[in-house]
Design a protein around this ligand. Sequence first.
Ligand SMILES: Nc1ncnc2c1ncn2[C@@H]1O[C@H](COP(=O)(O)OP(=O)(O)OP(=O)(O)O)[C@@H](O)[C@H]1O
Ligand SMILES: Cc1cn([C@H]2C[C@H](O)[C@@H](COP(=O)(O)O)O2)c(=O)[nH]c1=O
Length: 214
Amino acid sequence: MPGKFITFEGPDGAGKTSVMKAVSQQLQVELGDQLVVTREPGGNPISEAIRQIILDKNNTAMDVRTEALLYAAARRQHLSETILPALAANKLVLCDRYIDSSVVYQGAGREIGERAVYDMNQFATEGLMPDLTLYFEVPVEVGLARIAKNRPSQAQDRLDLEQAAFHERVHDAYLKLVAGDPKRIKVIDATAPLEQVEQETLTIIKNSASSYFK
Ligand SMILES: Nc1ncnc2c1ncn2[C@@H]1O[C@H](COP(=O)(O)OP(=O)(O)OP(=O)(O)O)[C@@H](O)[C@H]1O
Ligand SMILES: Cc1cn([C@H]2C[C@H](O)[C@@H](COP(=O)(O)O)O2)c(=O)[nH]c1=O
C-alpha cells in the first residue's frame, strides 16, 4: 500500500487532539493536500452519526459488544471512504485513534478480551495496520484531571464518565500493547508542556515520513 498511515493513541485527556491540531497546521504548510487529518470514530457523515450514538450519555443500556461492533462499523466506513483512497493516492494520513483504541477500551476496559476485539476488527480493517503509532502517555489521573478542568461536565461523553477502574484497565492495556510492538508504537511523554509534546511529535513524524519533506 502506498502512502503513510500514522495513528495517535492514548488515554482520555492525553492531549492527542490538541497536538494533532497544532502539528497538522504546521505540516499543512509544507504538504498541502498531500496531508489528510482525520479521527475515529468519525471522519465522514456515516461514522460521525455512529459516533453520536456511541458517545451519547443517554445510551446507558448499550451492550458492550454492541459498542465494540459500532466502533468497528464506524472504522470500516472511515477506512473505505477516507483512509484507503488517501493512501492509494500516496497521501500522509494522520488519524486520531484506530484499532488499538478498540483493543484497549473494549477489549480491556469493557473486559470483552483484547484478542477477541482485535480478531473481530480484522473484518473491518482487512488487516490494515498503521505504519506508525504515536502513543501519548499520561497517568490516568492526569488525563482525567485535564478533562475535568477543561471540558465542561455537559460536554463529557459516555466514555469520559466511566469509573477510574475502567480507565486504569485501558491504560494498563495500552502499556501492554506498547511493550508488545515497540517497532510500530513510539511513546511520547504527554505530561510534558504542550509545546514540547508538539515539537517531539513533529520531529518523529518528519523522520518517519521523510520522503514527503524532500
Ligand atoms: N501537555 C499538556 N499539558 C497540559 N494540558 C494539556 C496538554 N495537552 C493537552 N492538554 C489539555 O488537556 C485537555 C485534553 O486535551 P485533548 O482534548 O487534546 O486530549 P485527548 O487526548 O484528545 O482527549 P480525548 O481522547 O478524551 O478526546 C485539553 O484541554 C488540553 O488543552
Ligand atoms: C476509536 C475508539 C474510541 N474509543 C473511545 C475513546 C474515547 O473515550 C472516545 C472518543 O474518542 P475521542 O478521542 O474523545 O475523540 O471513544 C473507544 O472506546 N474505542 C474505539 O475504538
